[in-house]
Design a protein around this ligand. Structure first.
Ligand code: HEM
Length: 154
């Protein structure tokens, strides 16, 4: 087997292993839908976050479907999500407090909906993506956040 065929064979088992591991700890598409539905139900009742979403989202069904696809791609490696989150978040009137609240609600929901090991996977990924979104939004406002520094008021 030459290097090329080794390469092409190596990628598929890794993706399959990731999906198999996720399934073994209880993650599947139905769990993702429960997590996303409950999380955004909370977001829509949250005094800090609800107005930011309400200004952009009139019809929640397409957003929820997009978020099922997003989390399926992130955690199950299905490649179902093809969007680009950064341009959608860059213009939002948010600061570090919004990210803290988003993560607090997400973490509480994940711990309710998912078995412990599955919850930790969603939470760890969410924290990393939130931090990179926060950093990238700051850059669009001309601020290069130092480690630990938070996104200021828009
Ligand atoms: C301050 C916290 C956040 C706020 C206020 C927020 C708000 C929003 C809003 C309003 C939209 C819809 C934008 C539009 O359609 O114009 C959106 C889309 C989205 N958000 Fe967030 N978000 C936050 C954090 C996050 C985090 C931490 C993640 C990932 C872990 C995330 C993932 C996404 C994705 C994947 C989309 C769909 C983007 C697309 O159209 O492809 N968001 N968000």
């Amino acid at each position: 087997m030459g290097p090329e065929s080794f390469k092409s064979h190596a990628a598929a088992p890794r993706a399959a292993q990731r999906a198999a591991f996720a399934h073994a700890i209880g993650i599947d598409e139905a769990m993702i839908e429960r997590l996303v539905d409950r999380f955004y139900a909370r977001v829509r009742e949250d005094a800090l976050l609800a107005p930011v979403f309400a200004a952009k989202i009139a019809d929640w069904e397409p957003h929820l479907r997009q978020m099922y696809a997003f989390w399926s791609s992130v955690v199950l490696g299905t490649g179902r999500y093809h969007g680009r989150p950064m341009p959608k978040h860059a213009p939002l009137p948010v600061c570090g407090d919004h990210f803290d609240r988003w993560l607090a609600l997400f973490e509480a929901t994940a711990r309710e909906v998912c078995p412990p090991r599955a919850a930790e996977i969603f939470i760890e990924r969410a924290r990393r993506i939130a931090a990179s979104l926060e950093y990238a939004i700051a850059l669009t406002r001309g601020a290069d956040l130092a480690p630990g520094e938070r996104l200021g008021e828009p």
